[in-house]
Design a protein around this ligand. Structure first.
Ligand code: NAD
Length: 490
């Protein structure tokens, strides 16, 4: 087994460096509460250094001038190095994030896949020619923005960072990425892979710091051109205010309270298994988690009973031991989730299972939780918990189910369980969400566009659509003759 390094530096201008004030952040293992490593704590001076490096790299036009097919080959190299380091990455992701080793390895392989997927698209992003008659040539050029500032959350830091960095490099932008202070370790492997793959110095900079300090300095920096933010609605709003000052384009991937509707003809066993995976994977710390299930009143008892049996069959414990329910990221996060569960019970909800921290475990564990006796207006049924907490609501007719599903401020994902194609299509058409899953929560992948409607944000990550967020259209109109249809003289 690999050893986890005890101290991790920031990667700026092609070199591993300490924070300019030598500050550090302690990183904790959420499964035990023990400190496992330290990372250099970037502040404003380090952000200035990273942005200046990214600016120089962009202005050098080295990435932009490369033949796109060669830029794609560079991304394939990054993927190769990520894959080679997959076991080391898995350990880091297991120890600082709480995932199982298998889950950590899957993260590493998915991150590598983002680089191959977007590497394969670098030479397929085309402009178009616009006919203006014989005296003109007019064409469009997909043009990079410049320095892309990227801020990622702690739940899937590596995959999320990989998809943003891969898109930026594929389109010849340069990057300053701030990793999440609670779980930054796996993102450093992107820097290492870029270094080994020969990515131009300064084109990718990865640093860790606190949001209010390093993150805020980055998004308000006068020399960035583009922001990609993945995190909570409240932080997204504050970043949008900073971006508005300088009219910077943003991609905003925010939270969710995603609902699936189970129709009466559904395969209940399939729906129960899919729902359990949708809400209990990574202890529910998934922006696209299926945190609500809306069932016909007549099927409520059966569905609740089966889901409760499923929840009670799951083992709780450290990811490194391969448990089903792994820890939530921190003590404050566990307190917040337990507090929301307590408030739900006070408001009249019934916790059929869970609703509290797991007793007798040293880390930050929440029992898999299922709430019933809910009304759609209750906080637990409307607000994101970001933990292993499912809300079950009931409906009498399909229109009511759609209205409950669409009745929150969010619109990230939605789902339908049915055997009837017409019902699936009818519901998918009415659900206000960026992605709709039918009969399998998380159906989709790197190739499928992902992003929110309403307060879940805008812009799309993943899929071919994502690349369009990283380029702006330039139109070039050329008058090619001084008249006469371009007939050469003499
Ligand atoms: P968060 O908003 O607290 O933090 C996200 C990142 O923003 C962190 O790196 C943090 O340091 C940084 N940050 C905090 N304040 C900042 C500021 N003022 N300026 C700049 N940066 C700042 O979110 P979190 O708790 O880390 O993540 C959980 C949230 O992220 C949930 O709401 C979840 O739904 C959402 N999320 C969304 C997606 C998606 O793709 N839609 C994916 C993962 C997580």
């Amino acid at each position: 087994m690999h050893e986890l390094k005890k101290y991790w530096q920031n990667y700026i201008n092609g070199a591993w460096v300490d924070a300019s004030d030598k500050g550090r952040i302690a990183i904790e293992n959420p499964a035990t509460g023990e400190q496992i490593a330290e990372v250099a704590r970037a502040g404003k001076a380090d952000v200035d250094h990273a942005v200046a490096s990214a600016r120089r790299a962009f202005n050098s036009r080295e990435l932009y001038s490369m033949r796109p097919v060669n830029r794609g080959a560079m991304l394939f190299e990054i993927a190769r190095h990520m894959t080679e380091m997959a076991d080391e990455i898995a350990l880091a992701e297991c120890l600082d994030n709480g995932k199982t080793l298998t889950g950590g390895k899957n993260e590493a392989l998915a991150a590598a896949r983002y680089f191959t997927y977007y590497g394969g698209l670098t030479d397929k992003l085309e402009g178009r020619m616009i006919p203006l008659g014989a005296d003109y040539v007019d064409y469009t050029v997909p043009t990079p923005f410049g320095v892309s500032a990227q801020i990622v959350p702690w739940n899937f830091p590596l995959q999320i960072a990989a998809r943003s960095v891969a898109c930026a490099l594929a389109t010849a932008n340069t990057v300053v990425l701030k990793s999440p202070e609670l779980s930054p370790l796996s993102t450093y492997f992107i820097a290492e892979a870029c270094h080994r793959a020969g990515v131009p110095k300064g084109a990718v900079n990865i640093l860790c710091g606190y949001g209010h300090d390093c993150g805020a300095s980055l998004v308000s920096h006068p020399d960035i051109d583009h922001i990609v933010f993945i995190g909570s609605v409240a932080t997204g709003q504050s970043i949008l205010r900073a971006a508005a000052e300088r009219v910077i384009p943003c991609v905003m991937e925010l939270g969710g309270k995603s609902a699936a509707i189970l129709f009466k003809d559904a395969d209940i066993e399939q729906a129960v298994n899919s729902t359990a995976s949708g809400i209990f994977t990574h202890a529910g710390q998934v922006c696209s988690a299926q945190s609500r299930l809306i069932v016909p009143k007549a099927l409520e008892d059966e569905v609740v009973e089966r889901l409760a049996a499923k929840a009670n069959s799951l083992s709780i414990g450290p990811g490194i031991d391969g448990h089903d329910i792994t820890p939530v990221i921190s003590g404050p996060q566990a307190d917040k989730i337990e507090g929301m569960c307590r408030a739900a019970v006070q408001a009249g909800a019934e916790a059929v299972t869970g609703g509290r921290k797991a007793p007798d475990l040293p880390g930050h564990f929440i029992e898999p939780t299922i709430f019933t006796r809910l009304t759609p207006d209750m906080t637990i049924a409307r607000e994101e918990v970001f933990g292993p907490v499912l809300s079950i609501l009931t409906f009498e007719d399909p229109e009511e189910a759609i209205s409950i599903a669409n009745g929150t401020d969010y619109g990230l994902c939605a789902g339908v369980y049915t055997r009837d194609l017409a019902t699936a299509h009818w519901a998918a058409d009415r659900l206000v969400a960026g992605q709709v899953f039918v009969n399998e929560w998380f159906a989709g992948g790197i190739e499928t566009p992902f992003g929110g409607m309403k307060r879940s944000g805008y812009g799309r990550e993943k899929g071919q659509e994502a690349l369009l967020n990283y380029v702006q259209t330039k139109n070039v109109g050329i008058r090619i003759t001084s008249g006469g249809g371009g007939r050469p003289g003499g």
